[in-house]
Design a protein around this ligand. Structure first.
Ligand code: BGC
Length: 752
């Protein structure tokens, strides 16, 4: 038998195939309760020369043509703003059709949609398009019963049959119903969602008598297993991230819901055996986990019978960073795993709890992510949904897509500013002016929304000075979020009652100043001036309120970081503020004191103003709170909370949030010193900062203009620097000397 050629997935540019309100016909099964929907359509072919298949779904689908899987991707059609648009996958299937009967088989699950799923299928053979329910049959009585992306699934292997084959007898299957979808169908735009690495576990017997598999790496994905047993025997697999303080498996840090069917909290797969030996991996749920607890396993637990499969968007790795400090190398690896675990078609906060497209998380992590992976198409796709879901009044949602938060909570400072930050980062890294053009109207609406907000005041601020007309004290804001010593509920409560004016006003000023720069790039000089003036007014108001004597007075590190990092104060005022930040960090024993919003900036701010050693000591601090504390305590990903796990093994919150991993941005941009001097790295800056325990660093970044390398080594009191640049570069040596070079490879030496 000849090996069939692979199906070709055609990736489009995201152009809309059909507009809103056209009313596309979808194939639904009616009320199926909890179960997955199995669909089949038989059709006859005679000498077809051209055949194109287009598929999408409300929910997720997996398709087979004549028994053969159509696409190795999982969770198609991907995750978009369901009310607005669905991605369509298009396949050239001409070579796979057989003369005579053929069958298209589709498994439909609820996916991120969460409701009764429905399929869109257009089959075009030699120019004749067939769409709609005609010819389809469906069944909701297959092996996959209850299923939910987060809660897990129940699979009954006794019901398995060869239902994707042409020869399968589908008598008894029902006719599906027709359903209309009013959103747009767009070409597949994001990266492919694929299975990647596999991990084999070690078996742990916990004090409470349970058997737990430890895969050694926290991932997003699922576990494939092989089991031998008697028909009807039930096994349960509970997915979790860690053991608790007593050394037992726990899911208590994971979530908010309980699966009523399995009686377990989130992330549980229940499997009913058929007779004999069988292999299964989940098809309708994905989990954030390092551990799996087995319940009711019918035989000896042998590691080779299990493998954890990492599932994430297939983005090209663009960055590598290694150095002489092995713990920092492990940190970099952990951060990469948090990126993989949270890049499942959209950027999420965590893969086990909300798994939501929180705008703030990728706002703070956009630069670090983009050094490590080619985020261009991935973020571009998600931004499209951010724009589609923007409120009429200009507020950007906290969660995209389909966050469903009450609108009064949307538009939060630092979160909503993703609409400005992400296009700006894509422009800096890829020279992508088109995204600026595309996002500009949404940015303008965002600024107008904040401007209107600034004109309102809380009653208790009503009598304050005129500058309060340019500060924001209304709306809901998360504030700095999760500084050491604060808790999530307390932070959220403060967001409702006394929103943080300093944070809200700072981001108002930063976004407005950045939109002014965007307007300049786009040649809109009038807009550029207007936004610049507005941002200057807001910055002045900020300074009047928060730096009345030209400096900050606060016990919180974020209060010093923000005005410098977001450029809210004059350059002359910065050294004083950073000196005070340095004092605050020293007084805190070189431990991190910032939360979500300022953590990406603190080391940049310190090292840019001469406090290189302090920045390194913050990074290399091994006590809690600190990045290397986590490494020293078994972390394989980034923890959400600086106190995620304490010495006693007590766990709070998620252990897989990339936001605190934004420090990796400092490693690429300052420690290795690779930065774009012109958009798209058409001119490169190489300005490494040397300090801490590090004796060497080797970093590469595959930029849009070509691969850049910065490699340095301390040699006694001197520094040897090797660089490779694909474009002209400015090289700034640690002794202050600056050289301009053309594309090429160079060596530099200087005394430190
Ligand atoms: C999420 C965050 C998110 C936040 C809003 C949390 O529950 O996990 O990462 O940005 O809520 O503050």
């Amino acid at each position: 038998m000849t090996q069939p050629t692979p199906f070709a997935l055609m990736v489009g540019t995201g152009a809309i195939r059909k507009g809103h309100g056209m009313g596309e016909t979808f194939i639904g099964s009616g009320k199926t309760g909890d179960s997955a929907v199995y669909l089949r359509r038989k059709f006859e072919v005679e000498g077809a020369s051209e055949a194109t298949l287009r598929l999408t779904a409300l929910g997720c689908y997996k398709a087979w043509l004549n028994g053969r899987e159509l696409d190795p991707q999982v969770f198609l059609p991907g995750r978009t703003s369901v009310g607005h648009r669905l991605q369509v996958q298009e396949y050239d299937i001409a070579g796979q059709l057989m003369d005579g009967p053929n069958v298209l088989a589709v498994l439909l699950t609820k996916g991120w949609y969460g409701k009764d799923p429905a399929l869109y299928c257009s089959l075009s053979i030699d120019g004749r398009e067939q769409c709609g329910v005609a010819g389809w049959l469906c069944s909701a009585d297959g092996p996959l019963g209850f299923h939910d992306m987060k809660l897990g699934e129940i699979y009954d292997a006794r019901k398995e049959a060869d239902w994707t084959a042409v020869t399968y007898d589908d008598q008894g299957w029902a006719a599906p119903i027709e359903q209309t979808y009013e959103g747009a169908l767009v070409a597949h735009q994001g990266a492919r969602i694929l299975e990647h690495e596999r991990f084999v576990p070690t078996v742990v017997h916990t004090p409470d008598g349970s058997t737990v598999l430890d895969f050694g790496q926290n991932i997003a994905g699922y576990m494939e297993f092989t089991v031998t047993g008697r028909e009807g025997h039930v096994v349960k697999m509970l997915y979790g991230e860690t053991l608790d303080e007593a050394g037992n498996f726990t899911q208590k840090n994971l979530g908010f819901r309980v699966n009523k069917k399995t009686g377990s909290p989130e992330q549980t797969v229940q499997y009913v055996l058929k007779e004999g030996t069988q292999t299964y991996k989940p098809q309708a749920s994905v989990h954030g986990f390092q551990l799996v607890k087995l319940e009711g396993w019918p035989e000896e637990v042998v590691p080779r019978n299990f493998s954890a499969i990492a599932v994430y968007s297939d983005l090209e790795q663009t960055g590598t960073f290694t150095c002489s400090n092995e713990k920092v190398n492990k940190l970099v690896e952990n951060i990469r795993w948090s990126t993989k675990g949270n890049f499942l078609d959209i950027p999420t906060d965590c893969p086990q709890r909300e798994r939501a497209g929180w705008t703030g998380d990728i706002m703070v992590y956009s630069i670090p992510a983009t050094y490590q992976m080619d985020t261009r198409a991935f973020l571009r796709k998600w931004l499209e949904d951010v724009m589609l879901e923007q409120g009429e009044d200009g507020r950007i949602c906290n969660i995209v897509p389909d966050g469903g938060m009450p609108p009064f909570m949307d538009g939060a400072a630092g979160w909503s500013d993703a609409i400005v930050k992400l296009p700006w980062v894509l422009y800096q890294f890829y020279g992508d002016e088109e995204i600026l053009e595309r996002a500009y109207p949404a940015m303008q609406k965002h600024i107008a929304f904040m401007e209107r907000r600034s004109k309102k005041r809380k009653p208790w601020n009503a009598l304050k000075g005129r500058h309060w007309d340019d500060l924001i004290d209304t709306g809901f804001h998360w504030g700095e979020w999760l500084e050491p010593g604060t808790s999530m509920p307390a932070g959220a409560l403060r967001g409702f009652t006394v929103p943080d004016v300093e944070v809200a006003s700072a981001y108002y000023a930063w976004s407005t100043a950045t939109v002014s720069k965007v307007a300049s790039v786009l040649g809109k000089e009038g807009d550029a001036r207007r936004y610049l003036e507005l941002s200057e007014r807001v910055k002045a108001a900020y300074r009047t309120e928060f730096l009345p004597e030209g400096t900050v007075r606060s016990s919180r590190q974020c209060r010093y970081v923000r005005p410098v990092a977001l450029d809210l104060i004059d350059d002359e005022a910065k050294p004083g503020v950073v000196a005070a930040l340095n004092d605050a960090v020293v007084a805190n024993g070189y431990r991190i004191g910032t939360g979500f919003l300022s953590t990406p900036h603190i080391c940049n701010v310190l090292s840019d103003h001469g406090y290189v050693e302090t920045a390194y000591r913050l990074l290399e601090n091994e006590e809690q709170p600190g990045w290397l504390y986590e490494v020293g305590h078994g972390a394989t990903t980034m923890w959400e909370n600086w106190y995620g796990k304490d010495d006693a093994g007590h766990v709070t919150n998620s252990l897989n949030h990339y936001s605190p991993g934004a420090i990796v941005g400092w490693l690429y941009s300052r420690v290795a010193g690779i930065q774009p001097l012109e958009p798209g790295f058409e001119r490169v800056l190489i300005a490494p900062v040397i300090g801490g325990s590090m004796t060497w660093v080797d970093c590469t970044y595959k930029s849009a203009a070509g691969t850049i390398r910065s490699m340095w080594r301390r040699e006694g009191s001197a520094l040897a620097l090797h660089i490779e640049v694909p474009r002209p570069a400015v090289v700034r040596l640690p002794n202050g000397e600056e050289r301009e070079v053309e594309a090429g490879a160079y060596e530099f030496y200087c005394e430190l």
